[in-house]
Design a protein around this ligand. Structure first.
Ligand SMILES: C[S@@+](CC[C@H](N)C(=O)[O-])C[C@H]1O[C@@H](n2cnc3c(N)ncnc32)[C@H](O)[C@@H]1O
Length: 265
């Protein structure tokens, strides 16, 4: 499938996944996932908006099987190459799925865990988001988990950084009632921001919330990577601060992302 993310795919790992900020934010997510996956073997995982497959490889190295899906064919291609390089072809299958049309997709399996990392959900309009719980509920086993990492409507780092640059439009762009055009590697991506409360309301009929945590309260958004690239000591200190507040769920409202964890009712 064609997507605005196609042109981003080739450089995505170099410009996000492998950067200090990208790695530090993902470590927070993986830390949480470790606690959920502990003592669990050979789970069936459906990954939504898998991007370049970094998480799919991580899950499958732990012995789980992953159906890694994304709207962008180029992202899926990078995932396939990564799976081959890691000898994980038998653990990772890829499939083109547009989240906004997931209700039309034929998947017979049911999964132990559905996972969406780093803002794929923010690419959906409210109308599309609203239809998601019903479709996902049909794909998850009873008692199965749905874990999503989403961008909220306010990020103090973003407000601070763009205010310093006297760019008030971007400082408060997350609170906009309209879709926001966000630059990612030169590509403009239409983005919506959703509070944890709203996500809880939208998914609350089919799913019960069991976890919420900030991802990137002290660790800044990835567009600050240049600023921090040589500031090793400062960045290590920031990572320590992040770990200190990692269980303060209220901070999810002010972070770059938050992780929200549901169990199927
Ligand atoms: C910021 S990237 C995150 C990628 C990956 N989850 C990660 O952790 O690095 C957002 C991903 O969402 C995908 N995406 C955007 N809109 C989508 C949609 N409607 N359906 C499925 N995937 C979508 C993009 O192609 C991109 O791979």
């Amino acid at each position: 499938m064609n997507s605005a993310f196609d042109s981003v795919a080739e450089n995505y790992d170099a410009t996000f996944t492998q950067t200090k900020i990208g790695k530090a934010q993902r470590e927070i997510v993986w830390g949480y996932l470790e606690s959920v996956l502990i003592d669990k073997d050979n789970l069936k995982i459906l990954e939504l908006n898998c991007g370049t497959g970094e998480d799919a490889v991580w899950f499958s190295k732990k012995g789980h099987t992953v159906l890694a899906t994304d709207v962008s064919d180029n992202m899926l291609r990078v995932t396939e190459i990564k799976a081959r390089k890691n000898n994980l072809n038998d653990k990772i299958e890829t499939k083109a799925i547009d989240l906004s049309k997931i209700n039309e997709v034929n998947i017979d399996e049911k999964f132990d865990l559905i996972f969406s990392n780093f803002g794929g959900i923010n690419c959906l309009t409210f109308e599309e988001l609203f239809k998601l719980p019903n479709s996902l509920s049909r794909l998850v086993k009873p008692g199965g988990r749905l874990i999503m990492v989403i961008m909220p409507t306010f990020c103090w780092w973003e407000m601070f950084y763009f205010s310093l640059k006297l760019n008030l439009k971007n400082a408060f762009r997350r609170s906009s009632t309209k879709s926001v055009k966000v630059k990612l590697n030169g590509e403009e991506i239409l983005t919506e921001y959703y509070t944890p409360i709203l996500i809880n309301k939208v998914f609350g009929k089919e799913f019960k919330r069991v976890g919420l945590k900030p991802v990137g309260f002290f660790i800044p958004p990835s567009y600050l990577k240049k600023f921090f690239s040589q500031k090793h000591k400062t960045f290590n200190f920031i990572k320590k601060l992040e770990l200190f507040v990692t269980n303060w769920s209220l901070l999810s409202n002010y972070s770059d992302h938050y992780l929200i964890d549901f169990v199927k009712k």
